[in-house]
Design a protein around this ligand. Structure first.
Ligand SMILES: [Zn+2]
Length: 139
């Protein structure tokens, strides 16, 4: 990671990466236990979905509140704030591009915020299961 970051910012970045990958694991494990079979971090697919089920044209993204600029929680680091603004807006723009890529191809795309996983875990898992069930029906 570039040296331009202050220790405070660096630790915030590292914390947010750890936090989201931990959440990804927990979500995947819960889905697996509910009988859902999927592929994870699919490199060959546009935007590298966190969870993908090609058979039903399902892609699911778990979005870090920091990196995807959650309207509720994303607080820009105080240092270099214009750098962060540009960087995070670029991420948001990329999310839109990824969304339209899949929508145009008739895929079922779901985005889940990190805070939803933290605050309402069971209903997030339920809603993913529902989402996949619907996708199965209409494929
Ligand atoms: Zn959030």
């Amino acid at each position: 990671m570039a040296d331009m970051f202050t220790p405070e910012v660096r630790s915030k970045i590292m914390g947010s990466i750890r936090s989201i990958s931990k959440l990804e694991q927990i979500v995947r494990k819960a889905l697996w236990e509910r009988g859902l079979r999927y592929r994870k971090n699919v490199k060959g697919m546009f935007g590298t979905p966190d969870i993908a089920i090609k058979k039903y044209k399902v892609v699911i993204f778990l979005d870090s509140c920091f990196w995807h600029y959650c309207p509720k929680h994303c607080a820009l680091p105080k240092t270099n704030d214009s750098y962060w603004q540009i960087k995070l807006y670029r991420n948001v723009k990329r999310d839109y591009i990824v969304n339209s890529h899949y929508y145009e191809k008739g895929w079922n795309l779901m985005r889940i915020w990190e805070h939803q996983v933290k605050e309402e875990f069971d209903s997030v898992i339920d809603s993913i299961i529902d989402f996949v069930e619907k996708a199965k029906k209409y494929k």
